[in-house]
Design a protein around this ligand. Structure first.
Ligand SMILES: *[C@@H]1O[C@H](CO)[C@@H](O)[C@H](O)[C@H]1NC(C)=O
Ligand SMILES: *[C@@H]1O[C@H](CO)[C@@H](O)[C@H](O)[C@H]1NC(C)=O
Ligand SMILES: *[C@@H]1O[C@H](CO)[C@@H](O)[C@H](O)[C@H]1NC(C)=O
Ligand SMILES: *[C@@H]1O[C@H](CO)[C@@H](O)[C@H](O)[C@H]1NC(C)=O
Ligand SMILES: *[C@@H]1O[C@H](CO)[C@@H](O)[C@H](O)[C@H]1NC(C)=O
Length: 612
């Protein structure tokens, strides 16, 4: 085993088979489920359970009051700020569904919700923080307050919000993090803007600069065989427009764990430090991945303490498809609490200096339990070149109760991505998490058996889903244009980060990712603006997101058809013809000469700034 070089990529197929054979042996007879479903043809069909409950409906209206700070966390330096960032956001959804904290409300007129206001008071430790009138069915209505009345502390403040409408009274609670300036062993702070879900960070280079919204776009990037062998890669990625990188250390760990005596560790910390320095120099943010040992408190503690002083640390990453491997239901929350306790927070659910993320692979398996351990949830719906209804790997069909086709409960179309994004958003709303958690998307950037193995091999330690001799869910790579479609469908359905699995990938995907990344800088003033109004429409399988700020609208539109399509601006409710249009992304889309239609090639995508 020592002969297998952990830092060499690619493995020859013989080495790979040997490695996998060992993995297979190590696994023995571990669980044979994915997303809780049996998938071996010899196993019976057993409903996996863990479905997200559909809330009961109500015949009469309910008010589901929510309150949260506009920014998480605040810092000592914000105490005297009079920015409108210092506010408590009040949401007053009126619904006919028994979602979290929904209580019956008697209303004079249901058709005049916006002209009926509740009187809201926000208190901390029994002392009034702020108050004001908030219209019914409002979202993120801001009630400004002064931080100077509070003392910064690691423990999050519990906030209580009371809304009254005549004699009716409604209560909600929230969490306000107001942390001391970071101590010397914390190298950066990442805030979350709960109005948009966007991350706010200072420059990744560690140079001084204000907090600014970041739209993370980048790849899960192989460390052992790629970054560690060529320290110029971070600068190259930055030049291509990447904003973040998530380091994968799969190979070393695979070999490491395959040892009969799993000591010493093969992680090359010298190389890791050099790569992190180069990333910082290039201005790339780090998404620090603890997928292989996020449940090991000792390993998490070591890593968080080692990495938290890095100025370019943007966020932590724990479970990689913990729902697929049926990790203990409390594993992600425990891990997140531990991380926050080491990173300036209270370890009880309050924020630390950086948010925590994880990716879920299942469509509907214990969502609430796994998602509770993250501020940012990623979904990885891989449908390109994939037979999602029949597993050639296992020789079984894939149904809601059975089988593993590599894309859980999918239909095999781009809509699988928007469906997944919408489901996560809807569940967050039902759970009362719509302000406090954001969703990102993981576009498929792989498609080779080999490449798939590299990535998912880690999961093999917890599931024998990965056969040693063949592995072939996904038969081809997406094209560059398909990659952009996958990414934009995610963004149009609320995705605030795009992190593709994985780099290295094809030159075509790299070129398209770079095109998208570079044009995103022109789109983020719309997408990440707290004052933007947003709507999403799908017409003829063209998925369109519209963000309006002032007199301008960003139209980000992607054609999911393998044929060309034309969409009139009129059908989008926009003035037509437009006097002028600024195109900021061209992946096979344009306006017609009259500027009254958007024209899309097969799987073409475009972004346009127009008048509204
Ligand atoms: C509240 O607003 C939402 C979203 O704008 C809307 O879908 C819903 O119908 C409104 N609720 C009521 C009771 O009108
Ligand atoms: C670790 O990486 C450094 C920097 O690339 C290299 O000089 C060293 O040989 C590596 N150590 C091992 C054990 O591979
Ligand atoms: C947990 O991590 C520590 C530190 O890396 C390691 O020594 C230990 O063996 C790990 N425990 C398990 C059960 O893997
Ligand atoms: C999936 O595989 C099954 C069995 O081989 C086949 O009948 C079906 O047509 C395939 N579907 C797609 C979309 O390729
Ligand atoms: C796909 O896999 C084949 C066989 O392992 C390899 O030769 C090829 O370079 C891979 N393609 C990419 C883009 O990684």
């Amino acid at each position: 085993m020592k002969g297998v070089k952990y830092d060499t990529f690619p493995f020859t197929s013989l080495e790979m088979k040997y490695l996998l054979f060992l993995v297979h042996l190590v696994l023995g007879v571990s669980a044979q489920t994915w997303c809780g479903k049996n998938y071996m043809s010899t196993s019976p069909i057993v409903p996996p359970g863990g479905l997200f409950p559909i809330p009961a409906t109500s015949k009469t209206p309910l008010l589901a009051l929510r309150c949260s700070p506009a920014i998480r966390p605040y810092l000592t330096e914000d105490a005297n700020s009079d920015s409108d960032d210092i506010a408590i956001l009040i949401d007053t959804p009126v619904t006919f569904s028994h979602i979290a904290n929904a209580a019956p409300i008697t209303l004079p007129r249901l058709d005049e919700l916006a002209s009926t206001s509740v009187s809201v008071t926000v208190t901390v430790n029994g002392k009034k923080l702020t108050s004001g009138n908030v219209p019914l069915n409002a979202t993120k209505h801001a009630l400004p307050f002064k931080l100077s009345g509070l003392k910064p502390q690691a423990k999050a403040f519990d906030i209580s919000c009371t809304a009254t409408l005549q004699s009716q009274k409604f209560e909600a609670s929230g969490s306000l993090s107001f942390l001391p300036q970071p101590p010397a062993d914390i190298g950066s702070v990442t805030k979350m803007d709960l109005r948009t879900g966007a991350l706010l960070a200072r420059p990744a280079t560690g140079e001084p600069g204000p907090f600014a919204p970041v739209f993370p776009i980048g790849f899960y990037t192989d460390f052992g065989g790629y970054l560690a062998n060529d320290f110029t890669i971070p600068a190259q990625l930055k030049a291509q427009g990447c904003v973040t990188m998530s380091l994968i250390k799969v190979f070393q760990n695979v070999v490491d764990k395959s040892w009969v005596h799993p000591i010493p560790s093969f992680d090359n910390l010298t190389a890791l430090d050099i790569v992190l320095d180069k990333m910082q120099e290039a201005g790339l943010y780090l998404m620090y991945d603890m997928r292989l040992n996020y449940m090991n408190a000792t390993a998490v503690t070591e890593q968080v303490n080692r990495i938290k002083s890095r100025p370019n640390l943007l966020l932590w990453y724990t479970g990689d498809e913990p729902d697929g491997t049926s990790d203990p239901l409390d594993a992600t929350l425990k891990s997140s609490n531990l991380i926050q306790s080491l990173d300036g927070g209270d370890g009880l659910g309050g924020a630390g200096y950086h948010p925590v993320s994880l990716v879920l692979n299942c469509e509907n398996f214990h969502y609430t339990e796994y998602a509770s351990g993250a501020d940012i949830l990623l979904q990885d719906t891989y449908m390109i070149g994939n037979n999602v209804t029949f597993s050639s790997q296992w020789g079984t069909v894939c149904t809601p109760d059975y089988g593993d086709c590599g894309c859980d409960n999918c239909k095999g179309a781009f809509e699988d991505i928007s469906t997944r994004m919408d489901e996560f958003r809807d569940r967050n709303f039902i759970n009362g998490w719509e302000r406090t958690k954001a969703v990102w998307t993981v576009p498929q950037g792989f498609g080779n058996d080999t490449s798939l193995l590299e990535g998912w091999i880690s999961s093999a330690f917890r599931s024998s889903r990965y056969k040693s001799d063949s592995y072939s869910f996904l038969k081809r790579f997406p094209t560059g244009q398909e990659f952009v479609v996958e990414s934009v469908v995610g963004i149009n359905h609320g995705g605030l980060g795009v992190v593709s699995w994985d780099d290295p990938t094809t030159p075509d995907i790299k070129a398209s990712a770079s095109l998208l990344a570079q044009s995103l800088t022109k789109m983020t003033p719309f997408i990440l603006s707290p004052s933007a109004t947003f709507r999403q429409i799908t017409i003829n399988r063209v998925d369109i997101g519209l963000w309006t700020v002032g007199g301008q609208t960003l139209v980000l539109a992607t054609n999911m058809n393998y044929l060309s399509v034309s969409i009139s601006l009129q059908s989008l409710g926009l003035p037509s013809p437009q006097p002028s249009v600024t195109q900021v992304l061209d992946s096979g889309a344009r306006t017609d000469p009259a500027r009254s239609h958007l024209l899309f090639d097969s799987v073409g995508t475009g972004a346009f700034i127009v008048r509204n």
